[in-house]
Design a binder for this molecule. Structure first.
Ligand code: ADP
Length: 196
């Protein structure tokens, strides 16, 4: 991978159901970025019945995080697959401070860094509603069970929300109102990126 050119590397952040996946699709199209969703990669591994998939499933089904070491190694191996990318959207990663630290370190090794964290803000009741609706179409077991959803939100508040501070300290944190139509939210994200 050559990394001499300047990349646009975005951490798209937010609680479960905030709209990260939907908005990532819009952003990759406009900016030509590579979308790395740890949730999608885990689900592909579960479907393919790989060893990683079996391990990940045991955590995902309970609404727990997959252990950092496993997640970090997986993400690192995805990043280095791409030669000369314009940039990445990290969706669902980092979800802990240890992951954020590791991401900084391995981006540094390849001569680049995170440009910005865009954090979609959506209140808890709205999230629960969205996940309930998504369960009807996603076929995701972790969306169908209210207890699992509650645990995902709890884990988000305790382990993932603090990752905001990590990027705030680096002056890379931008909050985006995640309530509104999909197009409105996309436009807010475009505006924030174009201001960088
Ligand atoms: P959502 O953000 O809607 O909850 P994701 O598709 O991003 O869903 O993630 C689904 C599940 O995959 C998470 O609940 C978690 O168990 C696991 N997972 C995804 N990303 C990570 C990560 N960075 N670290 C640990 N576990 C993760």
């Amino acid at each position: 991978m050559t990394s001499l050119s300047i990349m646009l590397n975005i951490v798209l952040f937010g609680p479960p159901g905030a709209g990260k996946g939907t908005q990532s699709e819009r952003l990759i199209e406009k900016y030509g970025l590579i979308h790395l969703s740890t949730g999608d990669i885990f689900r592909a591994n579960i479907k393919g019945e790989t060893a990683l998939g079996t391990l990940a499933k045991s955590f995902i089904d309970k609404g727990q995080l997959v252990p950092d070491e496993v997640t970090i190694n997986m993400l690192r191996s995805e990043v280095v697959k791409h030669t000369d990318p314009k940039g990445f959207i990290f969706d669902g990663f980092p979800r802990t401070n240890a992951q954020a630290q590791a991401l900084d370190e391995f981006l540094k090794e390849i001569g680049t860094s995170i440009t910005v964290m865009l954090a979609l803000e959506v209140e808890e009741n709205e999230l629960k509603e969205r996940l309930k609706k998504r369960a009807e179409v996603s076929g995701r077991a972790d969306d169908a069970n209210p207890e699992v959803i509650a645990n995902r939100i709890k884990v988000y508040n305790s382990e993932t929300a603090p990752v905001k501070d990590f990027y705030q300290h680096q002056n890379k944190f931008v909050a985006i109102n995640g309530i509104g139509s999909i197009d409105e939210i996309t436009n807010r994200l475009f505006e924030a990126i174009d201001l960088i």
